[in-house]
Design a binder for this molecule. Structure first.
Ligand code: FES
Length: 138
């Protein structure tokens, strides 16, 4: 990753940590700061699964299903999360959305789960319910 792209991504991490999502105005501000077009910035961040581009009152549970996490039980975690939360994967009509997502770049600490902006590493089926309770999801 080029140095400038790293700085852009770091800016968006800071914004998301502070606000919980990336707004259209944030994209415009970062584009201006880094002398890029809004489209270039949008394209750059939309390829990262861990940025929320919409403000949402819904809780979003993302579980990585890319190869490294998949072989460490990621697929079973997705099914177990669906059972515990009684939500079908990909259903966007409830208060909680469960998504199987692409690599979150923490492969050596997998399986990885992200709830809103918080990352959980080395997640096991046994830990899922505890984490969901801590997050107020069950
Ligand atoms: S494969 Fe899951 S974080 Fe990379």
């Amino acid at each position: 990753m080029a140095k400038k792209e790293k700085l852009i991504i770091n800016s968006f991490h800071e914004i998301q940590d502070k606000n919980g999502f990336i707004s259209e105005q944030d994209i415009k501000n970062v584009a201006t700061e880094f002398h890029k077009s809004d489209a270039e910035i949008y394209e750059a961040i939309s390829s990262y699964a861990n940025f929320n581009l919409f403000k949402s009152k819904k809780r979003i549970v993302k579980i990585c299903d890319s190869p490294s996490c998949h072989i460490k039980n990621g697929e079973k975690l997705i099914k177990k999360a669906s059972e515990i939360l009684n939500v079908k994967v990909g259903n966007e009509h409830g208060k909680v959305i469960i998504e199987a997502c692409q690599c979150l770049s923490l492969c050596d600490k997998g399986p990885i789960m992200m709830i809103d902006n918080k990352i959980y590493t080395k997640v096991s089926e046994e830990k899922l319910e505890q984490i969901f309770k801590k997050e107020g999801l069950v």
